[in-house]
Design a protein around this ligand. Structure first.
Ligand code: NAG
Ligand code: NAG
Ligand code: NAG
Ligand code: NAG
Ligand code: NAG
Ligand code: NAG
Ligand code: NAG
Length: 384
């Protein structure tokens, strides 16, 4: 309590002192604030300045440093470009990639459908010079793929139509399931080209029976696939069925047929994507089962028989009996033979009757080439 209100003047001066200090503090803050905002202004300005400086440099500098990548020039065409036929994909990778299909059915570009000619051979395509004449002038409407045994050393001089068309290939043995693996490998490689619409399997001993325009229009306009499939009750048909395949494949579904098929893109996609029937064949179709005569017909009849004609487009002569069809030697190749093969009777095409049953024929040995080349323009109307 002491000194309270003892000297009123003293109290006033004290109050005045306090006010003075307040003013000091306030002005200090004011100065501080000014400093900070000044700093902000300066730094912002300098940034803007340096930015505009950079911008000026940017726009003035040599345009060769500034080239914007050609992004806008990458079109659908670039995305759809098929890879080189010789690639590093293994079978699992290849089949997976090949199984892709567009969900939108209409193509947003002018798609010219191609026919994929797939040669499954031991070594060289001996009759390639004949095929070269067949293909001549029809570039853009076909693709060629060759699967030959890895042991083939490539020493034979082949026609340019097949050089550089070999796909990564593996060992194939007659009648073994690895024959189907090779067929699926060919189909998968051909599927990588979105333009391929029809797929025909050929051997080195196959010949065309008609000119390219006839073959192309027959295949592209057909509403069916050509996989031979029939029910053979005897030992060389149902007798090859393995009961371990039951219940996934039943005896009633078991079919037989020639390995030389022709099919459309939808069926080719189903075959490379098959993860149910093919493993069963790999496991149970061994020895005298001959997977190449049973896998495709059985798979098709079980699931996709509707779009199939059940007949093959490749003529072959079984009339001489035995386990292999007849082989044609040089003197047996005549104009009459070729004419006869071109006009068989009683086939159906898109619901109509036709005498045009076979587009291809086998088995022609290498020695027949010269005579075939001689007869082709006249009988098969090549190069007209
Ligand atoms: C850009 O640089 C290149 C070589 O460095 C030169 O030839 C060209 O004349 C320069 N262009 C401009 C517009 O300065
Ligand atoms: C960019 O695209 C144009 C036109 O398609 C082409 O001529 C040019 O070569 C391309 N440049 C590069 C660097 O790819
Ligand atoms: C390639 O294979 C053929 C037949 O098997 C043989 O005659 C030829 O000498 C081989 N050529 C080379 C270069 O190895
Ligand atoms: C093909 O065979 C299947 C099964 O045997 C049959 O249902 C179908 O009608 C046949 N198709 C033709 C075109 O003959
Ligand atoms: C193919 O076309 C013919 C004639 O138009 C028709 O009768 C037949 O049902 C068609 N087949 C398929 C599988 O679409
Ligand atoms: C099938 O024959 C009919 C009647 O002759 C004809 O109108 C039709 O165009 C033919 N179809 C084909 C695909 O040839
Ligand atoms: C192809 O052969 C047919 C007869 O099969 C013929 O009418 C046609 O003119 C030939 N086409 C060409 C381009 O030579």
């Amino acid at each position: 309590m002491k000194g309270l209100n003892k000297n009123p003047l003293n109290s006033v001066s004290k109050i005045f002192n306090v006010q003075l200090q307040l003013i000091h503090i306030l002005s200090y803050f004011l100065l501080l604030g000014c400093g900070v905002s000044l700093e902000i202004i300066i730094s912002t300005y300098s940034k803007t300045f340096s930015f505009s400086l950079q911008f000026t440099q940017f726009s003035l500098s040599n345009t060769s440093h500034l080239q914007i990548p050609n992004v806008s020039h990458i079109g659908l065409k670039d995305y759809l470009k098929p890879p080189d036929v010789m690639h590093d994909m293994d079978d699992a990778e290849l089949l997976w990639r090949a199984s892709m299909t567009p969900k939108i059915q209409d193509y947003p570009f002018d798609r010219v459908p191609k026919v994929a000619f797939m040669f499954l051979t031991r070594g060289p395509v001996f009759l390639a010079p004949l095929w070269e004449k067949f293909f001549k002038g029809h570039e853009g409407l076909y693709s060629i793929y060759v699967h030959s045994n890895p042991s083939y050393n490539g020493s034979y001089t082949e026609s340019p139509v097949v050089t550089g068309r070999r796909i990564p290939s593996k060992e194939v043995q007659w009648g073994k399931v690895n024959m189907i693996e090779a067929e699926r490998r060919l189909l998968a490689n051909a599927l990588l080209d979105i333009s391929n619409q029809r797929f025909v399997l050929l051997s080195e001993s196959c010949i065309p029976l008609f000119n390219f325009s006839t073959v192309y229009s027959y295949l592209i306009n057909s509403n069916q696939s050509y996989v031979m499939a029939y029910d053979e009750p005897g030992p060389v048909g149902r007798g090859r069925y393995n009961f371990h395949m039951f219940p996934h494949i039943t005896l009633n579904q078991w079919r037989k047929g020639s390995q030389w098929f022709e099919m459309d893109r939808n069926l080719a996609l189903e075959i490379v994507s098959d993860r149910k029937y093919f493993p069963i064949f790999q496991k149970y179709c061994k020895g005298s089962c001959y997977a190449d005569e049973h896998y495709l017909p059985t798979f098709l009849i079980s699931k996709f028989w509707r779009g199939n004609s059940n007949r093959s487009l490749t003529w072959v002569d079984w009339s001489k009996g035995g386990r292999h069809p007849a082989k044609f030697l040089r003197p047996e190749v005549t104009i009459e033979l070729l004419k006869r093969l071109r006009t068989q009777k009683g086939c159906k095409y898109n619901g109509n009757s036709t005498n045009l049953c076979f587009l291809f024929a086998r088995k022609f040995l290498p020695g027949t080439l010269q005579r075939l080349l001689m007869f082709a323009p006249k009988v098969m109307h090549f190069n007209q």
